[in-house]
Design a protein around this ligand. Sequence first.
Ligand code: ATP
Ligand code: MG
Length: 258
Amino acid sequence: MGDIKLRVRNLDAWYGDNHVLKNINLDILSRAITAIIGPSGCGKTTLLRVINRLHETVPNARVRGEVILDGKNIYDPDVNPVEIRRKIGMIFQQPTVFPHLSIHDNVAIGLKLNGINDRELLDKIVRKSLREAGLWSEVEDRLWDRATDLSGGQKQRLAIARAIALEPEVLLMDEPTSALDPGATSRIEALMTNLKKDYTIIVVTHNIQFAARTADYIAFLFNGMLIEYGVAQEILERPKEKLTERYLLGEVDLERWL
Ligand SMILES: Nc1ncnc2c1ncn2[C@@H]1O[C@H](COP(=O)(O)OP(=O)(O)OP(=O)(O)O)[C@@H](O)[C@H]1O
Ligand SMILES: [Mg+2]
């Protein structure tokens, strides 16, 4: 086991009166991939958004508990949420592409918003990020073309390049391959495995095979509760909880079974 990067402690979250995360306790290991699985509506996306302080941008949304990044609670009053979102980057299911910007500037925009304006430095980071995201060879000849012409898988890697450019410590990925074909999916899988040498990755997925291929650890959420968490292979092959087993078997009637 590696070092713990992120500790989630007694975490609860609400949208208005809707209590969607219930007393979550979870240690996320450094330089590893942790997959969060669970049925639709169980709180996976909310958990990611709580971890980088995006949750509070929703009106009437509330959080209680702690998210401790390298020993510091990100909900302490002296912490700047903008700084947290730089340290903890997020990739969404539908890759964000700024249609009026070139491929180059789609990567550079996060840097510019963070006050980096030196052209040479921007160029250097953009190139490095595109390389790290495994997109360089496909775009090096058309860096100044519009990014909207890229394929879905390329757009997702572009979004990853944009996130990486800010040198985050943690990467949150919300169903990053659900809109991609198998070829593009396996490219993202290979990329994630490569990125985990430098980053701590938390990925939400509905795809158990994807989790089996990429994840070192798996957390199973159900109805806002963390049911089981551990080494991926053990969770997949020998789950301790009946509920986890039922979910992995594709049991549809989970609500009734409860
Ligand atoms: N912006 C929002 N405002 C109000 N309620 C929300 C909002 N986003 C999510 N919810 C509610 O919070 C609960 C958890 O939603 P969340 O999006 O975290 O689930 P999920 O596990 O990511 O589901 P899926 O697999 O379908 O993406 C659901 O009951 C949902 O209706
Ligand atoms: Mg979701």
